[in-house]
Design a protein around this ligand. Structure first.
Ligand SMILES: C[S@@+](CC[C@H](N)C(=O)[O-])C[C@H]1O[C@@H](n2cnc3c(N)ncnc32)[C@H](O)[C@@H]1O
Length: 212
């Protein structure tokens, strides 16, 4: 019962528990994964970055802090996380260097070819249509843009009882195959042993429609 509730909070933080507890919980457990995602983004300067499923907003904050992103956008399912990050990053929202939107990865509410990088950490398990989600990421990327996905290894997640409540788990090879099917190229997966999360992966894939 409690396990199911916590799994649902991870999939979509909601209510007072989501705003006050899940936000801080995510902040704690995903620190290293968000650093891994930032490294994998390899920001070069004057980039336009979209984060999907930003949770408590720590990666968005880190991206903006690098000074190598002239504009960041965030997409979230959870109204509570949007309210939390609206407050947390109010200064960036006022300066219009950050824009937040509510919605799902399967139907991204941004124009085509808007971003040089798209990143998502710990959300892959919850997508209802993985191919459609990846097609949407490709649509909003510029030619030559990159998608970064960070997620937990299937073998570790299977040991956590909460995964049975709405999590779809993937092998690294399955994620690479899905990216390739959708048309991404130069797909590279790196791994990291996180003291809190166990084995985690970061996959970087390039969208180069001119090569299809
Ligand atoms: C486990 S949390 C991870 C949050 C953050 N990325 C981190 O690593 O700390 C998953 C987040 O993704 C959001 N999410 C889940 N499915 C989504 C979807 N289909 N589209 C956009 N956001 C989604 C949830 O609302 C939640 O805030």
């Amino acid at each position: 019962m409690i396990q199911k509730f916590l799994s649902q909070q991870l999939a979509r933080p909601s209510g007072w528990f989501g705003r006050f507890f899940t936000s801080r919980w995510l902040e704690k457990i995903n620190v290293r994964m968000n650093v891994f995602a930032l490294e994998s983004l390899n920001l070069q300067g004057a980039e336009s970055v979209l984060e999907i499923g930003f949770g408590s907003g720590s990666l968005l904050e880190a991206i903006l802090k690098t000074g190598k992103c002239h504009h960041a956008s965030g997409l979230e399912l959870s109204e509570e996380m949007i309210a939390f990050v609206n407050k947390r990053l109010a200064a960036h929202i006022q300066l219009k260097t950050l824009q937040l939107a509510q919605g799902s990865i399967e139907q991204i509410p941004f124009a085509s070819s808007s971003f040089s990088k798209v990143v998502s950490v710990n959300t892959l398990y919850f997508w209802s249509d993985t191919r459609q989600a990846l097609r949407e990421c490709a649509r909003v990327l510029i030619d030559g843009g990159q998608l970064v996905l960070c997620y937990n290894a299937k073998q570790d997640m299977q040991n956590w009882p909460g995964h049975v409540h709405g999590f779809t788990l993937y092998e690294a090879s399955e994620v690479e195959d899905l990216l390739s099917d959708v048309g991404f190229v130069n797909i590279t997966t790196r791994s990291l042993q996180d003291p809190v999360q166990g084995l985690v992966y970061s996959v970087v894939a390039t969208w180069l429609p001119s090569t299809i």
